[in-house]
Design a protein around this ligand. Structure first.
Ligand code: SAM
Length: 265
């Protein structure tokens, strides 16, 4: 009678596995963050199971009770979207089950981390998931410094109104992918440098966002003269200074306006 950890769609309702649907159908109870939200998902699949509200505010209190229940009943754990425990409630229940010797069955399925990492087009050989960055303080600075130094790919959950701040705190040439509203109607994957993304998302941004960044940009600081030389090369091949500056900016992460100013001086 295990606890089953069941991932649910991150947008598109079709992104649910047959096994997830069967597990939910067979569960004696479904622990979920928001009973209305999960109720709608289950109704979509014509599944009627008792729902138990389990969220960050009652997690500590409910985890031992649900673990006890999972000894004799089938308990399924879901979150509002994606995989439980991944920046979502569930860790305490998982620990409570492990400590009580209750079997835990983890189903693979949707998570914004993996979808964004693959969609980013950045190297996926070594990747670190940072969850939501702390809003300020030494821990945030430490993590951002790590991205600046380390040639790995970093996956960050970001809120739309903090995206600009985070992008600005990265070296401008950092290759990034801003993955917005994945699997939803207004899905957008913007790939470019941190400087370009800052420009692209200068207006108000909406929706759910995963920021994927390729670290290590600080190790190879772009030589501004070399960048200007690169732009001069494009001009000599017939491009206008403004197009040449834009192209060199895109390729190096240097500011387009600064390259342009130098070119036309
Ligand atoms: N457990 C979830 C998972 O496995 O993806 C993540 C839950 S966390 C509370 C919510 C954050 O995940 C959002 O703020 C956003 O950063 C990211 N996210 C979730 N769904 C997304 C989507 N459809 N597109 C982009 N980001 C998404």
């Amino acid at each position: 009678m295990p606890l089953a950890v069941v991932p649910t769609p991150i947008g598109n309702l079709e992104d649910i596995t047959l096994r997830a649907l069967r597990t939910l159908r067979e569960a004696d109870s479904v622990a979920c963050e928001d009973t209305r939200h999960t109720g709608r998902l289950l109704a979509h699949y014509d599944i009627k199971r008792p729902l138990v509200s389990y969220h960050e505010h009652n997690e500590e209190r409910l985890a031992p009770e649900l673990a006890r229940r999972a000894r004799s009943e089938k308990v399924a754990l879901v979150s509002d979207a994606g995989t439980p425990l991944i920046s979502d409630p569930g860790y305490r229940l998982m620990r409570a089950c492990i400590e009580a010797g209750v079997e835990v069955e983890v189903l693979p399925g949707p998570s914004a981390v993996m979808t964004a990492l693959v969609a980013s087009g950045l190297p996926v050989d070594t990747a670190f998931f940072l969850g939501f960055l702390p809003r300020k303080g030494r821990e945030r600075t430490g993590l951002l410094d790590r991205i600046k130094r380390e040639a790995s790919t970093f996956v960050i959950y970001e809120s739309p109104h903090r995206l600009a701040k985070t992008l600005k705190e990265l070296p401008p040439g950092t290759p990034v992918a801003v993955c917005r509203e994945l699997t939803k109607l207004h899905e957008e994957v913007y790939r470019g440098t941190a400087a370009e993304a800052t420009e692209h998302f200068a207006e108000r941004v909406r929706g759910e966002i995963v920021l994927v960044a390729r670290g290590g940009a600080e190790e190879e600081p772009a030589d501004f003269e070399a960048v200007v030389e690169r732009a001069r090369g494009y001009v000599s091949k017939g491009e206008s200074p403004s197009r040449a500056a834009a192209r060199a900016a895109k390729e190096t992460g240097q500011r387009r306006s600064e390259i342009y100013d130098r070119l036309v001086k």
